[in-house]
Design a protein around this ligand. Structure first.
Ligand SMILES: [Zn+2]
Length: 207
């Protein structure tokens, strides 16, 4: 187990720890697999993906949910870009409940929803900082794929309820890259999303 600088490249198979309430960015080659692991259970990880060769192509919640005609995605489902190309495909999933509706938690999330006077910078701040060395500014950050986030929907009213994740210690989700990608991942900073406590996230890239 090793920690990593935000810009460090990983050896295949090396497991990296993202400390609680922080984030990391890294690149992946087409065909590589990313496994996101919840080591202690009930911890969300926001995932972003950009086309390494053209950073204007970015993961799209709208395209993906439209084409899936479903809001809960799992094994076999593709994640599309804003240009309707498949960026990633979910190839393993030991949890079966993730969210692709809600935007990364941020200073404003904590100010508006939690009423915090000195709000934490949240996943949004962590994603911004991690992606800066790759030339990606904060205004380009879209809705993230929220690994392990458990958002229940009332089918009649559309009311959203952020419940504790269903993930148990050691649960994982694995994605295969369908293009060269610049990625970012967090250990989410919002109390409600994470069952009331902040834990680390682990990830691994395999060839
Ligand atoms: Zn978050």
């Amino acid at each position: 187990m090793a920690t990593s600088d935000q810009s460090e490249q990983l050896a295949p198979g090396q497991t990296v720890m993202i400390p609680s309430r922080s984030g990391r960015a890294f690149t992946m080659k087409k065909g590589q697999r990313l496994t996101v692991i919840d080591p202690r259970g009930e911890q969300v990880s926001d995932l972003l993906a950009f086309n390494t060769h053209d950073l204007d192509e970015v993961i799209s919640s709208g395209r993906t949910l439209d084409y899936a005609s479903r809001i809960y995605l799992t094994k076999g489902d593709p994640l599309y870009s804003n240009r309707s190309n498949v960026m990633l495909r979910i190839i393993e999933d030991s949890v079966g409940r993730h969210d692709f509706l809600l935007t990364p938690c941020s200073k404003d999330t904590f100010r508006i929803i939690y009423g915090d006077k000195e709000p934490h910078h949240g996943c949004f701040g962590n994603l911004s900082t991690a992606l800066m060395p790759y030339g990606i500014s904060s205004d380009r950050i879209p809705v993230a794929f929220n690994c392990f986030m458990n958002v229940a929907i009332d089918g009649t009213t559309g009311q959203l309820c952020v419940d504790p994740p269903k993930s148990k210690a050691g649960d994982h989700i694995t994605f295969e890259a369908e293009m060269d990608l610049t990625m970012a991942l967090t250990a989410c900073s919002a109390l409600q999303s994470n069952g009331g406590s902040f834990k680390p996230i682990h990830y691994r890239i395999d060839d």
